[in-house]
Design a binder for this molecule. Structure first.
Ligand SMILES: Nc1nc2c(c(=O)[nH]1)N[C@@H](CN(C=O)c1ccc(C(=O)N[C@@H](CCC(=O)O)C(=O)O)cc1)CN2
Length: 285
C-alpha cells in the first residue's frame, strides 16, 4: 500500500486558524502580536519566503513590519536596526532571514537579537535552553516536523529516529526534540559511513541535506515515517525534495511532499512562536 501523505499545507491551515483566533483575542486585550522581518539583499528564494511570512502574519491578524535592506548594508547598520527592534515594545518577534550576504557574520547578528524576541530559536541561549529540555523557542522547521509527527500518531518512545543533516537550524535541534520525546536518535552528516544502513533501520527518517532525491525507496524501512525537509530547485524550475518521492512512497508508511510539506509548517511555527512570545510577556507582567 502506498504511503499516506502528510500534507503540510492542510495541517498549517488548521493551526493558522487557531493562531488567528488567539491573535484576535490578544489584539482585543491591546496586545496585537508584532513580528519584524528583516531581509538583506535580493536572494530570490529568500524574497519568496519573507513575502510568504509577511502575508501569513497579515492573514493571522498580526502587526508585521518588513525591513528590506540593500545587499551592501554594513553589519553595523544591520546591528543598529536589530537593536532598535529589540527596544520596540510593539514587536514581540524579530526574524533576520538567512542566508545573509557573505560579508556579514550571521552568528554575531543572531546573537544581537534579544533572546526573548528570537522567534527563530537560533540564539545561542535558546539553543542551550532547547538542549537542556527547557526551550523558550523551538526552531520553526523542527517544531513543524514534530507537529507533523504528532499527526501520524507514531509513538516516539523507543522509536529509532534518523536525522540526516546536522545544521544548527534544522538537524541538531530536530535531533534534540526527537530525543526529548523518547526516540533513540542517530544524527548523520556528510562523513557518515554506510548512510543506507542507518536509514534502513529508521522508524522515523528526517532528511535535511539540500541534495535532490538523495534518499531512495531502497534506503527506507517499510512503514517508516519519512519527513523531507529539502527544497531544491531543479534546472527545469521544478521544486523537489531530498527524498525521491515516487520510490519512497511505495515503501514508507507516511511521507511529506515537496512542495506542500514541511515548508508551510516552518512559516506556521514562526507565527506560533510569536504568539508564545506575546503570552510569555503577558505572564511576566
Ligand atoms: N531566519 C530564517 N531563515 C531561514 C529559515 C528560517 O526558518 N529562519 N529557513 C529556511 C527558509 N524558510 C524560511 O525562512 C522557508 C523555506 C521554504 C518554505 C516554503 O513554504 N516552501 C514551499 C515552497 C515555496 C517555493 O515555491 O519556493 C513548500 O515547501 O511548499 C518556507 C520557509 C532558510 N532560511
Amino acid at each position: 500500500m502506498p504511503a499516506q501523505l502528510i500534507s503540510g499545507t492542510e495541517l498549517a491551515a488548521s493551526i493558522r486558524e487557531q493562531i488567528a483566533r488567539r491573535a484576535a483575542e490578544l489584539t482585543e486585550l491591546g496586545h496585537q502580536p508584532g513580528l519584524a522581518v528583516v531581509l538583506v539583499g535580493e536572494d530570490p528564494a529568500s524574497q519568496v519566503y519573507v513575502r510568504n511570512k509577511v502575508a501569513a502574519c497579515e492573514k493571522a491578524g498580526f502587526k508585521s513590519i518588513m525591513h528590506r535592506l540593500p545587499a551592501n548594508t554594513t553589519q553595523t547598520e544591520l546591528l543598529a536596526l536589530v537593536n532598535t527592534l529589540n527596544h520596540d515594545d510593539t514587536i514581540h518577534g524579530i526574524l533576520v532571514q538567512l542566508p545573509l550576504p557573505s560579508h556579514m557574520d550571521s552568528h554575531s547578528v543572531i546573537e544581537a537579537i534579544a533572546a526573548h524576541k528570537d522567534v527563530d530559536g537560533f540564539h545561542v541561549s535558546n539553543a542551550g535552553l532547547l538542549m537542556t529540555g527547557k526551550p523558550l523557542f523551538r526552531p520553526c522547521t523542527p517544531y513543524g516536523v514534530m507537529k507533523m509527527l504528532e499527526l501520524t500518531g507514531i509513538n516516539l518512545r523507543g522509536a529509532e529516529a534518523v536525522v540526516i543533516g546536522a545544521s544548527n537550524i534544522v538537524g541538531k535541534p530536530q535531533a534534540m526534540l526527537l530525543l526529548q520525546q523518547g526516540a533513540t536518535v542517530t544524527l548523520c552528516n556528510s562523513k557518515t559511513k554506510d548512510l543506507k544502513a542507518h536509514c534502513q533501520r529508521a522508524d522515523v527518517l528526517v532528511v535535511a541535506v539540500g541534495r535532490p532525491n538523495m534518499v531512495t525507496g531502497d534506503m527506507i524501512k517499510p512503514g517508516a515515517v519519512v519527513i523531507d525537509v529539502g527544497i531544491n530547485r531543479l534546472p527545469n524550475g521544478q521544486l523537489c525534495g531530498d527524498v525521491d518521492f515516487e520510490s519512497a512512497k511505495a515503501v514508507a508508511g507516511w511521507i511529506t511532499p515537496v512542495p506542500g510539506g514541511v515548508g508551510p509548517m516552518t512559516i506556521t511555527m514562526l507565527l506560533q512562536n510569536t504568539i508564545e512570545a506575546v503570552e510569555r510577556r503577558l505572564s511576566q507582567h
